[in-house]
Design a protein around this ligand. Sequence first.
Ligand code: HEC
Length: 196
Amino acid sequence: MYSMILKIHSISVTIFFLIYFIKTLLLLSNANDKLEKFKSYTKILEMIVSVLFLITGIYLITQIPEIKTMLIIKLILVVLSIPLAVVAYKRSNKILALFSLMFIVAAYGLAEMSRTKKIDKSVTDGKSIYEASCAVCHGNDGKLGVAGASDLSQTKLSQSEIASIILNGKGAMPKVEMTDDQANAVAEYVLKNIKK
Ligand code: HEC
């Protein structure tokens, strides 16, 4: 369920921003006739993707264990940039369009930055890493299941398979940046202490 909604969210966000970038480009390059044409072609598609984008976004927020500052800043930037863009296209105002574009680029950058977590190289103990970066979704006993996280007490994977999932991510699970040794230590901890 969660990963399907995440997929719909990513697709609708991508289409939404594609339309948005093309409109901003047309506005900034004084192609007003083309902008009007493009707006009328994409009107219905834009309405559909905006609704999907919002509904899935709200659902995803309700599934997040801790609302992070980063996420709040990202939300404010997106929420500010959309009405700015609407007014900018209506009045053909380039300055507003540029501001709106800046907000969106900043929000996208923040989203990318917070997607991958980085673990300090000095931490080598599997348990501490697990508790700091896995337990939010999997829980200390492996069974929490936030955001569709697998039950780790029932995992059938080998240590190297687990280490590889940690380093590469899987579906709705973001990759967690750490060294191979750290990933191995966490994988070992999962098999020895969490797996039943
Ligand atoms: C944001 C939530 C989240 C975090 C943080 C997270 N996971 Fe996951 N994890 C998931 C989700 C969701 C899945 C299911 C992915 C799928 O199958 O599409 C998953 C799947 C897994 C699996 C595969 C289990 C199986 O038997 O198939 C392993 C192993 C795993 N996670 C280990 C970890 C470890 C170790 C960490 C910490 C380094 C971690 N996860 C951090 C959400 C998370």
